[in-house]
Structures are given as structure tokens and as C-alpha cells.
Write a protein that binds this ligand. Structure first.
Ligand SMILES: C[S@@+](CC[C@H](N)C(=O)[O-])C[C@H]1O[C@@H](n2cnc3c(N)ncnc32)[C@H](O)[C@@H]1O
Length: 473
């Protein structure tokens, strides 16, 4: 590993990034100002592959430089101590600190003032916020005085502090609150489960880390556990919606072509609130060529219907979407028309191979020769240069092969691509499940009567990819 090589890469990528912004006439968003997801500089960043690539290179090179120069023992102790970040993030979100600071404006607020809304210990809250400010989440602009910055304001739930305090059951009712819901879910259910990973790994009789951490019976699972608490279930449903990209039509699946010709039937299996399909339906506009079915557990289907009636009522009124309580381990209902597309978004990664195979077999049994299966999940890449134990298979599937990051960066982009490895372990901790590599998907699908035909990779290397499969005949 060579520091001058890393520095050269860093310099080139910073120059590329600033040139992209300059040529588009945007200023790089400042770390000190609040996040505005709709501002042109933020939307420009997401839709621009050159900016995405430069950003990945900067993060990967800078992180590698830090590891190269830091005392390894200090590095280890810092890594082992990083649990304080989610612990403090949960405090900040649950005590509505981003919203209190939004209302306090530029002059900020003292820890005492922030603590007065909830009655917590002001001295302890000051220390919590200082740890976060040291990680560039909030700013400490005077001793014990804090303001939002670009990162902390991204978890603003979008409501007045008065509303949040008077109606805590509606904390996540604004669309932008999904980011805070996701942070709280990670910092609560996911973080507490992760803390017992080593204990459960070493005990062959142990259930999943989640069941152990929350003292649940072995017959429970994440979903039945969430249903025991309306607050947890509500937060989870909203937290899942935020993982959605905003332009489903550009993610690789040819929805626009599907909406031509004969009428098609699309079944979203385990659809949650139905947000993915809602995005598709909204962007296809007035098309009445596709009929959608939203399937999930009964309680979630009730929430999904409410969500659609509120946010896309015209499609509900026209009868173009149906809401179907359905256990995906059971046979699909028989239908008068064949299903064109089964969608499995963030479903297979919730289940170990044996269970995922059962879900896929149920869909295969209900598929016609023309039915397509659209899987939306993260595709894990090994950290090694060689990505697959079966290069010939990967070569034959369009989109399966990925270019490695430029040397001396880790081939998988190291820390710049770390999100998928976190979610991979979170799937284990919550459900005894897994994200999958290309090899893993090929084998799983084959074992259940499907063939992987193409992958449309997520360019950010952190979000989900679209994988299309067809029945093995
Ligand atoms: C991670 S969420 C994904 C939701 C949605 N597809 C999305 O992308 O936002 C998993 C979903 O699977 C549903 N689910 C869990 N077990 C199920 C079962 N046996 N039958 C049907 N749905 C189930 C959950 O209720 C939840 O909505």
C-alpha cells in the first residue's frame, strides 16, 4: 500500500468532483448547512455517475490513508468502541434533537435547553451530542451549544417539536421521517441484536441474536416480534420505505415496455407498504395496462391499503391495485390471468437458503413460461479481486461481472462499499438470514426452478440491485 499512490488518487478524484459541480453551476453542499434532499446540488449528485464514482474514490482512498497512518492499536480500540455512535444517535432522534435545533435556528441551543423538553440529564445529553459532533453529526458552536449540520438535519422528522411531543404516536407521519425511522431501527433493534452475535454463534442451540437480545421464544421471528408493538411495527414499515430509490423506472427493469400491449399482472410478494410498486405506478402515470397486487401479512396489508388510499388514491379507485393478505410460504392463489412479474423486494435476504427456496418454489409453481421474477436485493461482492468461484457463469450473465476498484484500493472499494456487509450481518442478527453473492443467487434460484438472466447493478455499491430470473423449463 503506497501513500503517494493513494494521495494521487485522492487528488484526482477531488479535482474530478469539484469540476463536475463547477461545470453544472452548483456549489458542493456544505457540511455546516442543513440537508435539503430536493436542492439541485443534492439531486445532481445522485443522478450523476461521474460524481458517484469520484465520491466513492475519495471515501475509499481517504479511509485507506487513515488506516495506513494510524497506530493499529488505537485503530482497534476505536473500532471496538464505535458502538457509542448508534447509542447516541438513538438518544438524539428519540429526544427530537434535530427538530429542536431546527427551531432554534443559527444561534443553536444549549444542552440544558434541549434537555428541558424531555427532562433528561442535561450534562449527559451534552456529552452524547459532543461525541456525535466529533463524528460530524451536529456542530458544537460554543461549549455545550449545538446546531444542526448537513448530517444531523438529515434525520429531522419534518414536524414541529410541539406536534412531536403532543402526538408521539405520529412521530413518523411525514414522508421525510423515514430516514429517522431507519436510524432508530438500526440503533435499536439491529444494534441490540448485534451485541449478542458472539454469544449466539458459539451456542449451537441459540436462536437468532434478535430473539436472544429481546428475550423472545424460539418460535418467534422479527416480523411476529414487531407485531407485538404497534410503535415498533409502524417505525419498521416506514424505515423500510426509505431504502427505496426515487426513480424506479431507471433502476434497470423495463417497466415502461411492460405497460404496453396486453394487460399485465404484477404481484409484489411481501410488499410491505407497497412503496416500490407505488413508485412504479406513479411514474407510469395514467397507464391502465398493469394491474398490481400487493401481498403481505394481514396487519401490513391493512397499513399498505391506507398508504395507497392516502398517497395514490386514483389507482385504488380505478381498481388497478388489489391488496391481498398472503403468507408467501403458502401456495399462491389461483388466478384467471397469468402473472407477468413477481416482485421480491428485500424479501430473499430475510431468509436462510432453505426458507428462501420455499418462497421461490411457491412462485415457480404459480408461474407460466413467460413469468419473470424481479428480485431487488443487495448483491454482495467478495473483498478479493476474483469475484466468483465460477467465472464462466458470471461471464454469461449480463451485469454480473464488476470491475474492481483501482489499485491500491481494495477491489471491493473497501469502506466506500461497506454498507452491504453491514446489512448482510444485520440480516443474520435479525433473522438468521443473509445477503447473497452472484454465486449465491445463481445456486439459490437454480435449486428452486429459476434461472438468473441478468443483473442491473446499483452504481452506489451500497443500495440494491435488480436481478431478473425466468422459470427453468
Ligand atoms: C424487509 S420487508 C420488505 C418490504 C417491501 N418488499 C419493501 O421492499 O419495502 C419484508 C416484508 O416481508 C413481510 N413478510 C414477512 N413474513 C411474511 C410471510 N410469511 N408472508 C408474507 N409476507 C411476509 C413483512 O411483513 C415485510 O413487509
Amino acid at each position: 500500500m503506497s501513500l503517494p499512490d493513494l494521495l494521487a488518487l485522492l487528488t484526482t478524484s477531488i479535482n474530478n468532483l469539484t469540476a463536475q459541480y463547477a461545470s453544472a453551476g452548483h456549489a458542493l453542499p456544505s457540511l455546516d448547512t442543513p440537508y435539503d434532499s430536493k436542492s439541485p446540488a443534492e439531486t445532481f449528485r445522485l443522478g450523476n455517475p461521474a460524481v458517484v464514482d469520484a465520491t466513492k474514490e475519495i471515501i475509499a482512498a481517504a479511509s485507506q490513508i487513515i488506516v495506513a497512518v494510524r497506530d493499529p492499536v488505537v485503530g482497534l480500540f476505536l473500532s471496538a468502541h464505535s458502538f457509542n455512535v448508534p447509542a447516541c444517535l438513538r438518544v438524539a432522534s428519540e429526544l427530537n434533537v434535530p427538530e429542536i435545533l431546527r427551531e432554534a435556528r443559527e444561534q443553536g441551543a444549549s444542552a440544558e435547553k434541549i434537555a428541558s423538553y424531555s427532562g433528561v440529564d442535561a450534562g449527559l445529553l451534552e456529552r452524547v451530542l459532543r461525541l456525535l459532533a466529533t463524528h460530524h453529526i451536529f456542530r458544537e458552536i460554543g461549549p455545550g451549544i449545538f446546531t444542526n449540520n448537513r448530517v444531523s438535519s438529515a434525520m429531522d422528522k419534518g414536524k414541529s417539536v410541539k406536534d412531536l411531543l403532543e402526538r408521539p404516536g405520529e412521530r413518523f407521519s411525514e414522508p421525510q421521517s423515514g430516514r429517522a425511522a431507519h436510524v432508530e431501527f438500526l440503533a435499536d433493534e439491529c444494534f441490540r441484536s448485534a451485541s449478542v452475535l458472539a454469544d449466539t454463534m458459539r451456542d449451537p442451540k441459540a436462536s437468532t441474536p434478535l430473539l436472544q437480545a429481546f428475550n423472545q421464544p424460539p418460535t418467534a421471528n422479527l416480523f411476529s416480534f414487531l407485531e407485538t408493538s404497534p410503535a415498533r411495527l409502524g417505525r419498521f414499515s416506514i424505515a423500510m420505505d426509505v431504502t427505496m430509490t426515487t426513480n424506479q423506472l431507471a433502476d434497470g427493469y423495463p417497466w415502461v415496455n411492460l405497460a404496453t400491449g396486453d394487460k399485465k399482472l404484477v404481484v409484489d410478494v411481501g410488499a410491505g407498504m407497497g412503496g416500490y410498486i407505488m413508485g412504479v405506478a406513479r411514474q407510469l402515470g395514467s397507464s391502465d395496462k398493469i394491474e398490481f397486487v400487493i401481498q403481505d401479512r394481514e396487519k401490513t396489508v391493512v397499513k399498505a391499503r391506507k398508504n395507497w388510499e392516502e398517497h395514490l388514491p386514483e389507482v385504488v379507485t380505478k381498481g388497478l391495485v388489489k391488496f391481498e393478505p398472503q403468507d408467501f410460504f403458502n401456495a399462491q392463489p389461483s388466478r384467471s390471468a397469468p402473472v407477468s412479474v413477481f416482485v421480491l423486494r428485500h424479501i430473499l435476504h430475510n431468509w436462510p437458503n432453505a426458507k428462501a427456496t420455499q418462497i421461490l418454489r411457491r412462485l415457480r409453481d404459480a408461474a407460466s413460461a413467460e413469468t419473470q421474477l424481479l428480485i431487488i436485493d443487495r448483491v454482495v461482492r467478495p473483498a478479493s479481486l476474483v469475484e466468483s468461484a465460477h467465472p464462466e457463469i458470471v461471464e454469461s450473465i449480463p451485469g454480473a461481472k464488476l470491475a474492481p476498484a483501482p489499485a491500491p484500493l481494495l477491489p471491493n472499494w473497501g469502506v466506500a462499499g461497506q454498507m452491504m456487509y453491514h446489512y448482510d450481518l444485520t440480516m443474520h442478527n435479525l433473522l438468521g438470514a443473509t445477503e447473497r453473492t452472484v454465486d449465491g443467487f445463481v445456486a439459490l434460484l437454480r435449486g428452486a426452478g429459476w434461472e438468473l438472466v441478468r443483473i442491473h447493478r446499483d452504481p452506489h455499491a451500497s443500495q440494491s440491485s435488480n436481478l431478473v430470473a425466468r422459470p427453468l423449463l
